[in-house]
Design a binder for this molecule. Structure first.
Ligand SMILES: Cc1ncc(COP(=O)(O)O)c(C=O)c1O
Length: 447
């Protein structure tokens, strides 16, 4: 058969997916794989859940589309109500989009428009401070705020660069310090950055509460998010939490900022929101942002054809219902210890596992050539790909990443199975991971 699909990479041999069931994906040749990374931290409920599929099908038969410039739909209202209830108190206004990049773009634009409206069209606040080692999406605006070098470099000449600070990468502290004696220098850098630029030019600060794809579940010290909230308040800067990966129960709380009781001004979320059943994302914003628009021009100067699509909304309602009825977030909290303990054991035994980190069902593993010096593998070894290939042979799918040290070196992977994974399934995942890592270590250390 001729191939017309433009593949993500011409250098990858893709598995052919046939069907899914729970935490498993079956390939066309019948082989069964555990989806150990939920696709890309999307398939939170596992695959082919009939309740969600039925809700989507029913909505398709009832009404597939009604343009948001003309129509309101009850199902969209119900989805927004459920999302607002799920979000931290004070975040009550939901704007639905088609995915994570659109959600982050919407958040950045809402932050800018808020100041424009509030200050009677005279606002000079327009910059969004981001962090190196962050991924916020693949559109021009989100790439400008993000720091994923591999994804940015080709396109950096065509976007309007945004200022950056370092992320909380304690294993390789950019200042050569150690927590807690560091005094959280990386967090305080936000303040010096705002002061250098001039707070009158800064509209927002954006960060992933636990960094996902660029560096492998980088989990900040507990004081970090309260500190950046305080700095943002001090300088009249909006705080945007990019919870595209960490949201919707992934880390054992509804949203990851709940770990630190921090309420951002805007949460951008996607992935787990419709758990892979339809393309969906959303921003959830505080009242004062909408009030400024309501009293000002009256409209968010932004929109997409699929804003508030009824089919996506039906999926969101079904996913939220399922999570509540089946106590999915509670399951993450109950089973989390199996991953925490199992990964600690692997870290102590396996010679190429430098650090394991994470929360809930979002775990990162950093690979090193030498555990004492923390020296990474040379880029050409493709260590993360070697590990993921060995784990695929064990029947376990992982999410590899590289280049997190300086844009070139550094290998990691994410282990992030569906949130419905049971304790015995978690143990099976760890067995496969341990076996895959052991054979990868043999190969990599003899290269
Ligand atoms: C933290 C974060 N933000 C934004 C995005 C972009 O989302 P999407 O791929 O749905 O556009 C991603 C995707 O992986 C992500 O991990």
């Amino acid at each position: 058969m001729p191939q017309h699909v433009f593949p993500r990479s011409f250098k990858t041999n893709y598995l052919k997916a046939d069907r899914g069931e729970g935490i498993y994906i079956f390939a066309a040749d019948g082989k069964k794989y555990i989806d150990g990374c939920s696709g890309a931290l999307i398939s939170n409920l596992g695959h082919a859940v009939p309740e969600v599929a039925d809700a989507v099908a029913a909505q398709l038969r009832k009404l597939e589309f009604a343009h948001p410039s003309r129509w309101q739909c009850d199902v969209v209202e119900e989805a927004a109500t459920r999302v607002a209830e799920f979000a931290p108190d004070g975040l009550d206004n939901v704007w639905f989009v088609s995915g994570g990049s659109e959600a982050v773009e919407s958040a950045i634009k809402l932050a800018r428009q808020y100041f424009y409206e509030r200050d009677g069209g005279k606002a000079s606040k327009y910059l969004t401070i981001g962090r190196w080692n962050s991924y916020h999406g693949s559109t021009l605006g989100t790439m400008a705020a993000g720091g994923s070098m591999a994804r940015r470099n080709v396109f950096s000449p065509i976007f309007a660069e945004q200022p950056k600070i370092a992320a909380t990468y304690c294993y390789r502290c950019p200042f050569g310090l150690e927590h807690p004696s560091c005094g959280l220098k990386c967090g305080h850098q936000l303040e010096s950055k705002i002061r250098r630029i001039g707070p009158q030019y800064v509209s927002s600060f954006i960060a992933e509460p636990i960094v996902g794809s660029t560096v492998g579940a980088l989990t900040p010290p507990d004081e970090y998010w309260p500190l950046v909230r305080e700095i943002c308040d001090k300088y009249d800067v909006l705080l945007i939490a990019d919870e595209v990966m960490t949201g919707c129960g992934r880390t054992g709380k509804n949203f990851a900022v709940d770990h630190w009781n921090v309420v951002p001004d805007i949460i951008a979320t996607a992935k787990g929101l419709a758990a892979g059943y339809v393309p969906t994302g959303a921003i959830i914003a505080k009242d004062n942002l909408l009030d400024a628009i309501r009293k000002g021009s009256g409209a968010f100067m932004h929109g997409h054809t699929y804003n508030g699509n009824p089919v996506s909304a039906a999926a969101v309602v079904a996913v939220m219902k399922y999570m509540k009825e089946r106590k999915v977030v509670e399951n993450v909290r109950q089973v989390e210890y199996v991953f925490a303990e199992g990964l600690r054991k692997i870290e102590s035994k396996n010679p190429i596992v430098g650090q394991t980190r994470g929360r809930g069902f979002m775990w990162g593993v950093e690979l090193v050539k030498d555990k004492n010096t923390r020296a990474p593998f040379e880029k050409k070894t493709g260590a993360a790909n070697v590990v993921t290939k060995e784990c695929i042979d064990q029947g376990l799918i992982l999410y590899p990443g590289s280049g997190m040290i300086d844009g070139i070196e550094g290998d990691n992977f994410l282990l992030a199975p569906p949130l419905v994974t049971t304790e015995p399934q978690a143990r099976e995942i760890l067995e496969k991971l341990s076996a895959g890592l052991a054979s990868a270590a043999k190969k990599l250390l003899s290269m």
